[in-house]
Design a protein around this ligand. Sequence first.
Ligand SMILES: Cc1cc2nc3c(=O)[nH]c(=O)nc-3n(C[C@H](O)[C@H](O)[C@H](O)COP(=O)(O)O)c2cc1C
Length: 365
Amino acid sequence: MYKLLFNLVFKKMDPEKAHHLGFFWIRLAASVPGLKQLVRLVLAPQDRALRTTALGLDLPGPFGLGAGFDKNGVGIDGLSMLGFDFVEIGTITGEPQPGNPTPRLFRLVEDRALINRMGFNNQGSERVAARLATRVRTSSTPVVGVNIGKTKLVDEADATADYVKSTERLAAHADYLVVNVSSPNTPGLRNLQAVSTLGPLLWDVRQAADKATSHHVPLLVKIAPDLADEDIDEIADMALHLGLDGIIATNTTIGREGLKESAARIEEIGMGGLSGAPLKERSLEVLQRLRARTEGRLTLIAVGGIETADDAWERILAGADLVQGYSAFIYEGPFWMRRMHKGLSARLRASGFRSIAEAVGTAKA
Ligand SMILES: Cc1cc2nc3c(=O)[nH]c(=O)nc-3n(C[C@H](O)[C@H](O)[C@H](O)COP(=O)(O)O)c2cc1C
């Protein structure tokens, strides 16, 4: 059904327009009294066996929506209605910014992939914080991660102040906070992954978060799949040393290997981060490396090319406490989470483990 809708409507539309239209429907459905509950009943049936705890948070399951879909935190309830166990909003920057010129989002349908160079289009930390402040949080509201990044116009040398500003405004509204230093679409951003820069940056963000709230807000860093293996080890060591709560692996790649799409079209699309199926292998490798290095002492969230329950289960066994997806949601549609949950429930039961947490990291390296 969604495949038909995708082929007849979405595929013919500009991908960014299709995103806005789809997201509008989701938010509309969630705003109609009674409909939200009905949709949730169909799309998000909950299997108690999938309940899990990570980062000190109780979650209905391990599968969340990756950052970038809901940049401004405008559709959290709608996305949770579709079955996502948690929603990461952002990337939000210190100041509002329009992002890169359009077109900036491209589909590679044959590859089940996307290329984007959105460039952190978002309303800025002040406005998003004000929106989040109006949310009434109860034990049944979805867990919300807040992903922050650097404002494009801010110099690399002043990046910390920009992240700190966002932290001061947003930390109190975040169930967990993510420092994004891995998007390829803000010039110089990925340089912040160098441990000599990243350490002090994360330290200052940690201090700012502690000052802004009376409780501990878990802090994670999101890394690129294009890092050299030694850099991944260094970041893992630094995260442990700083007492960070976790690492999200991975963001999109600047690589273009192994695509079915013609070289001419790839060339025509130009710069941007590649996500979806072609990212699967490297994202898994990065996760395995992190797990080997940290041996369960950090919370690991796996993202990149996860399309099926088998993919998600593989990441969990490889050491992911939680998993996320984005690109497959575009291709699979609103029933995706239902299928993922059913598949994960089946894998869990067949495995003999009593919980997701028990299965984490049990794969032989
Ligand atoms: C259109 C688009 C926008 C994205 N925007 C962000 C972002 O703002 N911040 C971020 O940390 N990741 C962003 N991502 C990366 C995703 O969160 C995820 O890490 C990546 O797409 C790999 O997962 P996937 O293969 O399941 O899509 C974006 C991805 C896409 C496709």
